[in-house]
Ligand binder design. Structure first.
Ligand code: SF4
Ligand code: SF4
Length: 388
């Protein structure tokens, strides 16, 4: 029996739902992913491209948890689509990035906490926009009510200038509550994902695997298409998308470091914001803000130019909404830095805080979670592939 006949007999042909493995799956997307993983397991041509294929080769059958794990391990570099001899219009219709993207998106809704919020992933762009608009409106209205229009549009300089518009303790209370809620919701999602993929709770204390995952995530190892780079709008591989991801991620981390440093300045050193441009919170925030402008713009640009075949299965609205949120956060933050000694400061502070608040509370319900589940999938991959 030749290879094609063997595969046809093993997995059937065409997009699934029905064909393929006899295993029962919760959704047609999982059934399709099972069919494709079974084809790939017989073929194995792509095993050097990323961690998905070596992890797949360790299995002979695929539970829903296995497929959710593999889907979140996929970095959507597109290499296996262009390299595949069975991609459409071949009768096997193998499109691994699309199938795994579909499963990945479904998994976000499956692990969400509280469960009642599962539906927001299907209307993500709209949800983010409404949350953002409401948050900004509440902040601006709060400012006006708390102070008066004269204070809102006045010029305030020197230490404590920001707190003339909103007391520091109120800010801490509001943002502390939003951050705690986001941490709780994401933590519950992490627990659900980790259990679904069959890992014991204590496995996250495997420091060797966690360190390996940190290194893999830090350099986006599996967005490299096996070394040549990832594909976006054509078969030509490039590291451009990876660079934009790095700018976005490290920009975000620098902004986080800036906020943490400002908190230490306030409580440990008794120094009130705004700080001079040469102080650490401002330097970190400025560098992070620049990364968070260039990175999301680059990713949005690449998303618009992406090969429509490669975009299949990816949640366009959710991706764009998250990138726009990051962009708005950095633009309002940088604008506040530049114009903080002018009458525009009050309005810009309201806008910036509103956007940051919306970013916090929508984190567990948007694209942000892809980084969390992908990191956990990397920990598991390190456990089974590199530290078995
Ligand atoms: S994606 Fe195609 S070429 Fe790659 S392993 Fe699967 S079937 Fe083979
Ligand atoms: S990371 Fe790239 S090569 Fe690996 S499964 Fe995903 S799209 Fe294919």
């Amino acid at each position: 029996m030749n290879e094609l006949a063997f595969l046809r007999d093993t997995v059937g042909s065409g997009p699934a739902g029905t064909a393929g493995s006899s295993a029962q799956h919760a959704t047609p997307a999982l059934a399709e992913a099972d069919r494709l993983m079974t084809v790939c397991n017989s073929c194995r041509y792509c095993e050097g491209l990323c961690a998905v294929f070596p992890a797949m080769e360790m299995r002979r059958s695929f539970s829903d948890g296995d497929l959710n794990y593999l889907a979140n391990l996929c970095h959507n570099c597109g290499a296996c689509y262009y390299d595949c001899q069975f991609s459409p219009p071949h009768e096997f219709s193998v499109h691994v990035p699309a199938a795994l993207a579909q499963v990945r998106t479904e998994s976000y809704a499956q692990y969400v906490w509280p469960r009642a919020f599962a539906g927001v992933f299907a209307r993500n762009g709209l949800f983010i926009a409404i949350a953002l608009a409401v948050a900004v409106a509440i902040f601006i209205a709060g400012f006006v009510a708390w102070t008066d229009p004269g204070v809102l549009f006045g010029t305030h300089t020197g230490p404590g200038a920001f707190y003339k518009l909103m007391p520091h303790n109120t800010m801490v209370l509001i943002f502390g509550a939003a951050a705690l809620f986001a941490i709780l919701a994401i933590g519950m999602g992490v627990r659900a994902f980790w259990r679904d993929i069959g890992e014991p709770d204590g496995a996250l204390r495997d420091t060797g695997s966690v360190w390996q995952a940190i290194k893999d995530a830090g350099r986006l190892r599996h967005l490299g298409g096996g070394g040549a780079g990832c594909m976006n709008d054509s078969e030509r591989a490039s590291n451009r998308r990876r660079s934009y991801h790095h700018l976005t991620f490290y920009g975000f981390m620098l902004c986080f470091a800036s906020t943490s440093m400002a908190t230490l300045y306030h409580y440990l050193l008794g120094m009130q914001a705004p700080y001079p441009w040469y102080d650490l919170p401002v330097v970190l925030g400025t560098l992070g803000g620049i990364g968070l402008v260039i990175g999301p713009i680059g990713l949005l640009h690449d998303k618009w130019r992406r090969d429509p075949d490669l975009s299949e299965g990816t949640p366009f609205g959710m991706d764009v909404a998250f990138l726009l949120m990051l962009l708005l956060t950095s633009i309002t933050g940088l604008a506040l830095l530049v114009l903080r000694a002018t009458p525009a400061m009050g309005l810009l502070l309201a806008l910036h805080l509103g956007v940051v608040f919306a970013l916090f509370v929508t984190m567990p319900y948007g694209k942000f979670v892809h980084g969390i589940y992908r990191f956990l999938a990397l920990v598991r991959a390190a456990r089974e592939l590199e530290h078995p």
